[in-house]
Design a protein around this ligand. Sequence first.
Ligand code: GDP
Length: 445
Amino acid sequence: MFENLSERLSGVFDRLTKQGALSEDDVKTALREVRVALLEADVSLPVARDFVKRVQDQATGQAVTKSVTPGQQVVKIVHDAMVATLQGEGDPGALKIDNPPAPILMVGLQGSGKTTTTGKLAKRLKDKEGKKVLMASLDVYRPAAMDQLAVLGTQIGVDTLPIVPGQKPVDIAKRAKQQALLGGYDVYMLDTAGRLHIDETLMGEVEEVRNVVEPRETLLVVDGLTGQVAVEVAEEFDAKVGISGVVLTRMDGDGRGGAAFSMRAVTGKPIRFVGLGEKMDAIETFEPERIAGRILGMGDIVALVEKAQETIEAEQAERMMKRMMKGQFNMNDLKMQLEQMQQMGGMQGMMQMMPGMGKMAKQVEEAGFDDKVILRQVALIQSMTKKERANPALLQASRKKRIAAGAGQEVSDLNKLLKMHRQMADVMKKMGKMGKGKMLKQAMA
Ligand code: GDP
């Protein structure tokens, strides 16, 4: 059976003493285990090799975080890199269906789950988005396939195009388009014929249909258990007809989901949905985190990763506080604070969360201190050199001009920022003298 990655890694790292940074050897040893875990999860060899190399460059030399082991830290790096690879742009579940009636073309091999997925997506569009959907089967080779779609339609309460025997796929597609227009449908879904293997006739047929309806989405349905084959199928379909996304079915099975990773790494196509069973509700929007966790074989990875992240942030904050109390509050610290503020929803967002501060949020807004100001201030700090950030007192008139220009702002904006920084630094220094850190500990407890 699979030994999970955290077990593998803890074995490796037990022997290692903790050092300041991840050494090249530490990382190499750990990544050897990662590679085995990927291959066991059915990720293809070239993809696994490439990925490991990329992570290796990223991980070597990273500071080891207090209170996590080097093994855990490598897992976090691997996990993050994996999520980044799996992630497409935008929301995978958002189908392009503006401009009704929007055609969606469903393609894939026979038995991949294409008809089932067509029904699932139609139901989802109807139930979740209130869309009026029409489904049509273009499978003229298997009358049973047409009947299957009609039965599904009745079951989920979605209309299907009436079956007219003897029509060619492209003519059925035209009829579906016509019917969708006349009937005021938002979406029409075309379930194309599948074959056991890719063949030219099949591709030619799909191409012809594509040219006639100009689909807003062309979704390839592939069996997630077929691993490498699924990736090859995707490459071929994309080369011949062009696909806008992939639906991986049978992800409820025992497979480790490696196909998803290879799929994304090799084809670059976004995975949009995963099928999780035979029932009409068994479909979900693709979630990179979940698949990454599954491939790495660690149910608790998300918690672990979050904990590591928190630790890293707390350590950063602690270091900053220590320096601030000594009066060493520089521009880098200010930048970090501004960015944290931004992450927490900006000034207004933060104030609205605090009891009794709602009114003040409005005043802050009226005073012109909105979140754009934060971004502009960060931009100013970014256009300073390293030395200048560490010691803004160095700044002379000519440099000020350049910095302001570099950030697309006026020197007066920069002066305001510098003044704010000086005032903050003064306050911090006073606080430091008063409490020598005691106050800070209380505040952070
Ligand atoms: P098609 O030939 O590509 O249209 O495939 P079908 O939609 O007819 O599906 C083939 C079989 O796979 C049917 O028995 C489906 O119920 C089953 N199936 C489809 N999607 C899933 C899934 O996500 N999980 C499981 N377990 N079975 C599925």
